[in-house]
Design a protein around this ligand. Structure first.
Ligand SMILES: [Zn+2]
Length: 476
C-alpha cells in the first residue's frame, strides 16, 4: 500500500486544483480519487461538529417530539449550506410520549415491615398505561416463550418478567447483532404474548451490555386495544427479583403513564448532490434521524446521519461531481415504526432500477473495519480498488453477504437494490444503546473520521463505477 503513496499525493494536488476552479469533470472510481477522498475525510471534523450540534443543541429526537422536528430543520439547513438540493418528504409518524415510570417491590419473603425496594425501569415504546395510582400484582419470571406458555395460569393477572441476560461474551467476539437479536425478541414480542395470556403488565430485562443499572428502552409490538403496561428493568433489578423469588412470592407496584397521541407530521430529509451523465440513478447514503427519548441518540443514530452528511461535505470540499446522484437521507421514525423507510420505498417502488445502491449506517461508530455488502458473489471482484483505498486506514475488509440492509433500506434491498453498511466494531455499542447514556462524549472523534472516510469512498465508488455490480442477491 505504501507503494501507492507518491502517486497519490501528486494527484491530490492536481485534482484539488481542479476542484477549486469549480466542479471537476466526472471522475471514474479510480484509485487516486478514492485515496484523495479518504484523506480529505480523515482530515476533517465537519461531521463530528454536526454530531455535536445535533446531540447538544437538539438532544433527543423521538418521532412526534419537538426534538424530532428541530432535527429536521437542523439537518436541512446544514445540507443547504453545503449547496445540496434539499427535499423534505412528508411522513406521518407515531407519537408516543413517556409519562411517569416507577417500580417498587412492595412484598417479598423476609421483607422488614418498613422496607420496599425501588426497581429501576423505563417504559418501552408503545407501552400501555397503568392506572395513575399504579397497579400491584405478583411477579412471574420466565426464561423464554415456552415457559411463558407453560405457566399461562400463573401469568394471568401477573406482572411477567422476561429474564434473558444479554450475551456480552458473544458481543465481544464480533456477534453483537446476534446477541441483541436473542434478547430483543423478548422485548419486541414478549409483552404482546403476555397480553394475550391476560398478564397485567410485562417487564423485560434490559437488552444491553454494560450493567451500570441502566434501563434500555426500545420498541415493543402491541396492537391498539391490547396494550398492557410494558417496561425494561435493569439487569441488576431483574437479578434481584430472581433472587427474591427463590425465597418466596414477590409483589410489585408498577406505575407507567405513557400516552399515545394522534400521528404527527414528520419528514425524511433528502439532500441530493446531483450527478452528471447518470443523474437519474441514485446512490443513497443514510442514517435515521429519530432517536429514543432517554439520551441524545449519539451513536443511535446521530452518528449515522452526520457521517452520511459528511459524505456530501467531503465530495463538495474536493470540488468533485459524481456521475450518479448522491443522495443523503436522514430517515424519519426508524425506532418505532419505520414509516420513513416505508414512505421512500412507496414513492420509488415502481422505478427501483434507478435506485443504484443504498447505504445505511446504524451501528454507531466504533472502529470501522470496512464494508458489509449485499451484492452477488460475481460482483465481489469489482470492489478491490475500493478495498485497496481503505486498507491504509485499517478499513479494507470487504464482507460480502446475501443481505446487508439497515432497517430503513431493507424494502429497497428486497426489491433488488444492492445494499451496504459499514463494518463496525459493535462490541460496546449495546452498552449505551437506548439508554440515557447514549451521548456525544461516547463518540471517538478519530473513529468518526474513519467512518466518514469509509462511507465517502464507498459512496463515491458506487456513484461512479462502470462495473456491472448488478442487483441485490435473492432475499430469503
Ligand atoms: Zn438505530
Amino acid at each position: 500500500m505504501n507503494l501507492r503513496k507518491p502517486a497519490l499525493s501528486a494527484l491530490f494536488v492536481c485534482l484539488l486544483g481542479a476542484g477549486f476552479s469549480g466542479a471537476a469533470a466526472a471522475a471514474s472510481a479510480d484509485p487516486a480519487t478514492l485515496g484523495k477522498i479518504r484523506d480529505a475525510a480523515m482530515q476533517s471534523d465537519w461531521s463530528y461538529q454536526r454530531l455535536e450540534d445535533m446531540t447538544d443543541l437538539v438532544g433527543p429526537r423521538l418521532s412526534g417530539s419537538a426534538g424530532g422536528a428541530a432535527a429536521v430543520e437542523q439537518v436541512a439547513a446544514a445540507m443547504r449550506a453545503l449547496g445540496a438540493k434539499v427535499t423534505l418528504q412528508p411522513v406521518k409518524v407515531p407519537h408516543w410520549v413517556r409519562g411517569e415510570e416507577k417500580g417498587e417491590l412492595v412484598d417479598y419473603k423476609g421483607r422488614p415491615a418498613s422496607i420496599t425496594q425501588r426497581v429501576v425501569l423505563t417504559a418501552l415504546g408503545g407501552s400501555g398505561a397503568t392506572p395513575a395510582s399504579g397497579l400491584t400484582a405478583p411477579v412471574v419470571v420466565v426464561k423464554d416463550f415456552d415457559e411463558l406458555k407453560a405457566r399461562a395460569a400463573e401469568v394471568k393477572g401477573a406482572i411477567v418478567l422476561f429474564d434473558v441476560a444479554f450475551d456480552q461474551g458473544m458481543a465481544d467476539r464480533g456477534l453483537a447483532g446476534n446477541a441483541y437479536g436473542q434478547g430483543s425478541r423478548y422485548r419486541s414480542n414478549g409483552p404482546r404474548m403476555a397480553a394475550e395470556l391476560g398478564a397485567a403488565a410485562a417487564l423485560v430485562r434490559s437488552v444491553g451490555g454494560a450493567n451500570y443499572r441502566l434501563p434500555h428502552t426500545g420498541a415493543t409490538n402491541m396492537k391498539d386495544g391490547q396494550r398492557i403496561p410494558a417496561a425494561a428493568v435493569t439487569a441488576e433489578d431483574a437479578m434481584l427479583i430472581g433472587r427474591l423469588l427463590k425465597r418466596g412470592p414477590v409483589k410489585m407496584k408498577l406505575t407507567l403513564t405513557p400516552q399515545i397521541l394522534p400521528d404527527a407530521d414528520s419528514f425524511n430529509v433528502i439532500a441530493d448532490l446531483p450527478g452528471s451523465d447518470k443523474a437519474d440513478e441514485v446512490v443513497i447514503v443514510s442514517g435515521h434521524l429519530d432517536s429514543w427519548d432517554l439520551g441524545t441518540g449519539a451513536h443511535d443514530d446521530a452518528t449515522g446521519v452526520t457521517t452520511s452528511m459528511g459524505v456530501l461535505h467531503t465530495i463538495k470540499q474536493l470540488g468533485l461531481q459524481p456521475r450518479r446522484t448522491i443522495r443523503m437521507v436522514a430517515w424519519a421514525n426508524e425506532e418505532n415504526g419505520l414509516r420513513g423507510g416505508n414512505a421512500y420505498y412507496q414513492a420509488h417502488k415502481d422505478k427501483l432500477d434507478k435506485q443504484f445502491a443504498a447505504i445505511e449506517t446504524d451501528g454507531g461508530v466504533g472502529r470501522t473495519f470496512g464494508i458489509q455488502a449485499g451484492v452477488r458473489r460475481e460482483a465481489e471482484k469489482y470492489f478491490v480498488p475500493l478495498q485497496n483505498a481503505l486498507l491504509p486506514i485499517g478499513a479494507g475488509v470487504f464482507n460480502r453477504r446475501d443481505s446487508a440492509a439497515g432497517a430503513d433500506v431493507h424494502q429497497l434491498e428486497a426489491g433488488g437494490v444492492p445494499s451496504f453498511m459499514p463494518y463496525v466494531d459493535t462490541s460496546a455499542y449495546f452498552d449505551y444503546h437506548h439508554t440515557p447514556a447514549d451521548t456525544f462524549d461516547k463518540v471517538d472523534p478519530v473513529n468518526m473520521k474513519k467512518h466518514v472516510a469509509v462511507l465517502s469512498a464507498l459512496t463515491w465508488f458506487l456513484a461512479n463505477t462502470e462495473d456491472p455490480i448488478g442487483r441485490a442477491p435473492e432475499q430469503k
